[in-house]
Design a protein around this ligand. Structure first.
Ligand SMILES: Cc1cc2nc3c(=O)[nH]c(=O)nc-3n(C[C@H](O)[C@H](O)[C@H](O)COP(=O)(O)O)c2cc1C
Length: 165
């Protein structure tokens, strides 16, 4: 049973996990989980925002474009194998929820579900997108992260609710 908590109550843990194994970005009504290591939680337009960065080559990219909604699910310490799978396999080729042995629950605010076995989740609606661009990005970062020119699209998700499981 998920319990609603404050918008920023698990911000520190969430940001720590981005740099240590990742979080699950879930998109699509059927729930396709993808591991993310980049993200920002903060305030824009007087609203709580979770920004996620997704390359156009990801299946998740198409699902986000289609629906404009996502959940971010916070893994437990024993979900390293699932993070590895969701960070290397594409939802185009397999049902990652089934492959991980996960189950999903309907969200309160959006049509994208969350992963029951995770410790918490954010429910977000996309209110803005923009693409990282060559012209204004630091050249060292371009060399390191974009040798193929596949710049991330940034999705600004308004946080509609945060729930502990
Ligand atoms: C630790 C880790 C962090 C990752 N972070 C991101 C990220 O922030 N953005 C992104 O586009 N891909 C990221 N990836 C790669 C995707 O998770 C990976 O390509 C995945 O298979 C895409 O799944 P999909 O095709 O079902 O969307 C990361 C992978 C790992 C292992």
């Amino acid at each position: 049973m998920a319990t609603e908590i404050g918008t920023y109550d698990i911000m520190r843990e969430s940001v720590d996990r981005l740099g240590n194994g990742g979080l699950f970005l879930v998109s699509g009504k059927k729930a396709n989980p993808m591991t993310i290591g980049w993200g920002v939680i903060g305030q824009i337009w007087g609203r709580p925002i979770f920004q996620v960065l997704v390359r156009p080559s990801r299946h998740s990219f198409s699902l986000l474009e289609e629906l404009g909604e996502f959940t971010v699910c916070v893994p437990t310490d024993d979900q390293k194998k699932e993070l590895a799978l969701c960070g290397t396999k594409s939802g185009r080729d397999l049902d990652k929820i089934e492959a991980c042995g996960f189950s999903v629950a309907a969200s309160a605010h959006i049509s994208v579900p969350s992963i029951i076995e995770c410790s918490a989740h954010y429910e977000c609606r996309v209110v803005h997108v923009n693409d990282l661009v060559n012209a204004t990005l630091d050249s060292e970062l371009i060399e390191r992260s974009y040798p193929a020119g596949d710049f991330h699209r940034v999705y600004y998700g308004q946080i509609l609710g945060v729930y502990r499981h």
